[in-house]
Design a protein around this ligand. Structure first.
Ligand SMILES: *Cc1c(COP(=O)(O)O)cnc(C)c1O
Length: 387
C-alpha cells in the first residue's frame, strides 16, 4: 500500500498494445472508413450476443435515434421509459417527435417496475402507447420475456437500451439463456462503446436485431438514406445510387472497428473481473448496517457496468471519498427532474421510488483493471466513513 494512488475513478477503459497495433494496422491500410473491419466487427459482435444482425454506429445515442426511426416513432407517439437511465434513452424518442412517459422503477432491481407498467397500460385507452424503452440498468438484465408478454398484450414494440449490459443474461421460463441484445424478445437493442462501458472504440455503438426489415431500415438510415441495392432502385448502373429516404451519417470508422474487434476478444475475461470485484464488494458490505448492496435475483447474470450501493448520507460519503481521491458517481439524477423533461409534463412526486433511490445511490469504482489494493482502499475508506 506504499504506492501513490493518484485517483480512482468509477470507470475506466483498458487499452492494450494489441489494441493499439490493430488500430495502427488499419491507419496504414487503404480504407479508414467503410472498409472490411466494420463487417468483421458486426459479425463478431452479433455472434457474441447471439443476435442475427449487428449494425455499427458512431455512438449509442445515434444508434438509439436510428432505432427509434426504424421502429416508426413519430410526432405524438407515446413511449414508456424508465427515469433512472442516461438521457439518451429518452432523447431518442424526442428526436422523432414522440412523447416520453416515465414509469417508476422497482425498488429492489432499480429496473422498470413491470407491475406499475401493467397498471399504467390497463388504465389507459387502447393504443395510448406505442413502445417501451427498456434499460438493463447497471448491467442487471431486465426480464424481457415478461416485458414482451406485456408488450404483446398492448401492441407495443420494445427497444432495449443494453448500453450497461454487454455479456449479461437471464434464464427464461424454459430454462434457456437469454443474452442482453440477442433480439429474442426485444425488437432492437443498442450498445455503447464509450470508454467507461464494457468495451470501447472511443466513441461508438452497436445496434442488434433479429428482424430483417428493421435491419434494412437501420442500414439505410445509417448512410443518408442512400441505397445501392439494385432491386429497390429504378435505374441500374455501377455508379448509380438512390436516396430513397431522409437518413444520416452515423457510421463508425474502420480503425475504431479494429479497436472494437480487439476489445471484444477480451470482453468475457473483463466481465469476469467485474464480477469478481462485485463479489468482493458484496462480501465487504453485505452485513454492514447503512449499506444496501445490489440485489440480484436467481437466474440473472449481472454485467456490472456499475456497482451501485445505497447509503443514508450519500453526499457525505461522496465528499469523503473524493477527499481521499476516490471519485464515485451518481447514476442517475432522475430524468423527469431534468429541466428539459420537467417542462414537458413532469412534476415532483410522480415517481416516488426513483426519487427515493436517487437520494441514496452511489456508484463505486468498477472497472476490470481496478487492482486489489485499490479496491481494498475503497472498502477501507467507506467503512472508515461509516464509523
Ligand atoms: C452510455 C449510454 C448511452 C449513450 O452512449 P453513447 O455511446 O455515449 O452515445 C445511452 N444509454 C445508456 C444507458 C448509457 O449508459
Amino acid at each position: 500500500m506504499d504506492k501513490i494512488v493518484p485517483f480512482i475513478p468509477y470507470g475506466k477503459q483498458n487499452i492494450t498494445d494489441e489494441d493499439i497495433q490493430a488500430v495502427v494496422d488499419v491507419l496504414k491500410s487503404d480504407l479508414l472508413t467503410q472498409g472490411p473491419k466494420i463487417q468483421e466487427f458486426e459479425r463478431a459482435f452479433a455472434d457474441y450476443v447471439g443476435a442475427k444482425y449487428a449494425v455499427a454506429v458512431n455512438n449509442a445515442t445515434a444508434g438509439l435515434h436510428l432505432s427509434s426511426k426504424a421502429l416508426g416513432v413519430k410526432i405524438n407517439d407515446r413511449v414508456i421509459v424508465t427515469p433512472i437511465t442516461f438521457a439518451a434513452s429518452a432523447n431518442c424518442i424526442r428526436y422523432c417527435g414522440g412523447n416520453v412517459i416515465f414509469c417508476d422503477i422497482d425498488k429492489h432491481s432499480y429496473l422498470l417496475d413491470t407491475g406499475l407498467l401493467r397498471e399504467k397500460l390497463n388504465s389507459s385507452p387502447p393504443n395510448t402507447y406505442q413502445g417501451i424503452v427498456a434499460v438493463d440498468f447497471a448491467g442487471y438484465p431486465i426480464n424481457l420475456e415478461e416485458l414482451k408478454s406485456i408488450a404483446d398484450d398492448y401492441g407495443l414494440w420494445i427497444l432495449e437500451d443494453a448500453c450497461h449490459a454487454l455479456g449479461g443474461y437471464f434464464i427464461d421460463s424454459k430454462g434457456e439463456t437469454q443474452h442482453c441484445g440477442n433480439g429474442k424478445f426485444a425488437d432492437i437493442a443498442v450498445f455503447s462503446f464509450h470508454p467507461v462501458k464494457h468495451i470501447t472504440t472511443g466513441e461508438g455503438g452497436m445496434i442488434t436485431t433479429n428482424n430483417d426489415l428493421l435491419y434494412e431500415k437501420i442500414c439505410l438510415y445509417r448512410t443518408h438514406g442512400i441505397t445501392r441495392t439494385p432491386t429497390i432502385m429504378c435505374e441500374k448502373g455501377a455508379w448509380y445510387n438512390e436516396m430513397i429516404d431522409l437518413g444520416y451519417n452515423y457510421r463508425l470508422t474502420d480503425f475504431q472497428a479494429a479497436l472494437g474487434i480487439s476489445q471484444l476478444k477480451r470482453a468475457k475475461v473483463s466481465l469476469l473481473h467485474r464480477r469478481r470485484i462485485a463479489q468482493k464488494y458484496d462480501q465487504a458490505f453485505k452485513s454492514i448496517k447503512g449499506i444496501i448492496i445490489p440485489h440480484v435475483a436467481d437466474g440473472y447474470y449481472h454485467a456490472y457496468h456499475l456497482y451501485v450501493i445505497l447509503v443514508e448520507d450519500r453526499r457525505g460519503m461522496y465528499d469523503f471519498l473524493r477527499k481521499n481521491n476516490i471519485f464515485t458517481q451518481v447514476h442517475y439524477i432522475p430524468l423527469h427532474w431534468m429541466p428539459y423533461y420537467r417542462n414537458i409534463n413532469n412534476a415532483d412526486g410522480l415517481l416516488p421510488t426513483s426519487e427515493a433511490y436517487y437520494q441514496y445511490c452511489l456508484s463505486l469504482p468498477m472497472f476490470p483493471t481496478l487492482t486489489n489494493d485499490e479496491q481494498d482502499l475503497v472498502i477501507q475508506k467507506i467503512l472508515e466513513f461509516l464509523r
